[in-house]
Design a protein around this ligand. Structure first.
Ligand code: CP
Length: 318
């Protein structure tokens, strides 16, 4: 096994062999998750706390399901009903929970870097479930597993990431992961939603959707993140759809077997045509959701294993 990370804070910190180890284990969990009985006792006796300071459907549900299928005791903190509402800080909240000896903390937070900071204050493994515009590592890993299963490989593919790059932690984590695995990444979007200097990450930048989609293997659409916009980034949603919404005509520029991805939640008719999103011959959006559970099971197992091995080396009983 090749996995050395003690936390999963970002793709930035993972080496290609660690990514492959995690995806290989996740493949095994896909098989388990398709059985009638989906239980394993890998995390039996361990405590997992999920702290979501931002809304979530897919990530929170799949981390909860992942922990329960591995036998952990899982608690979802209701952040809206917590003492955070009385002014308690993130760090004080984390230290309070840390005193209850959790083994895994899953954290989503609106501020970039907040999860890294928290990881420095607690004794357990921390998993970043999305921090501001920074990273969403398990999303990139589940996207990678979906691509690898659909295309039979995760290298030398041409992958277009389209839309609101500027506000997207999904884009950032995917750019890092796909680059580490030696793929060709193209970013497509209007200049207002494209951070400057992206070429430094080894990607190609396109303003024209048709030019950018030419002959790609994978089309990854991004949600227009209206909640992170404080100005006029687009003329109108109608105009945005006309220029950057994925429809059959624009998709025809990609390879004929190109797959369509979207991390969700989708704005149908804004960044993607609803019929295309549901086209089971092209869209792998539901597979992405399925892979999310398996990837999160694999991530939690590997973090626990790393910590157990480190403790054994130090002669500590765990
Ligand atoms: N893709 C994603 O992070 O979705 P949620 O916000 O529903 O968790």
């Amino acid at each position: 096994m090749t996995f050395r990370a003690k936390h999963l804070l970002g793709i930035e910190h993972l080496a290609p062999d660690e990514i492959t180890t995690l995806l290989d284990l996740a493949d095994q969990y896909v098989d388990l998750n398709r059985r009638d009985v989906k239980h394993s006792d890998t995390l039996a006796g361990l405590t997992q706390i999920n702290m979501f300071f931002e809304n979530s459907t897919r990530t929170q549900a799949s981390f909860e399901i992942a922990g329960k299928r591995l036998g952990a005791d899982v608690m979802n903190m209701a952040m809206q009903a917590s003492s955070v509402k009385k002014g308690e800080t993130l760090i004080d909240t984390a230290l309070t929970l840390n005193a209850m000896h959790p083994d895994l903390l899953v954290v989503r937070h609106p501020h970039s870097g907040a999860v890294d900071l928290l990881a420095q204050k607690v004794n357990c493994a921390v998993l970043n479930a999305g921090d501001g515009r920074h990273e969403h590592p398990t999303q990139a890993l589940l996207d990678a597993l979906t691509i690898r299963r659909a295309k039979g490989r995760l290298h030398r593919l041409s992958i277009a990431i389209c839309g609101d790059i500027a506000h997207s932690r999904v884009a950032r984590s995917n750019i890092l992961l796909l680059g580490k695995m030696e793929n060709r990444v193209r970013l497509i979007g209007p200049p207002t939603l494209m951070p400057s200097g992206m070429e430094e990450f080894g990607v190609e930048v396109f303003e024209d959707m048709r030019e950018g989609l030419k002959d790609v293997d994978v089309v990854m659409m991004l949600r227009l993140q209206k909640e992170r916009m404080d100005g006029g980034f687009i003329p109108s949603e109608r105009e945005y759809y006309h220029r950057y919404g994925l429809d059959p005509e624009k998709l025809s520029y990609a390879k004929s077997d190109a797959i369509i991805m979207h991390p969700g939640p989708m704005n149908r008719g804004v960044e993607i045509d609803g019929v295309l999103a549901d086209d089971i011959n092209r869209s792998v959006i539901q597979e992405q959701v399925e892979m999310g559970v398996a990837v999160r099971m694999a991530a939690m197992e590997l973090l626990v294993r790393t910590r157990r091995e480190a403790a054994q080396e130090q002669g500590v009983m765990v």
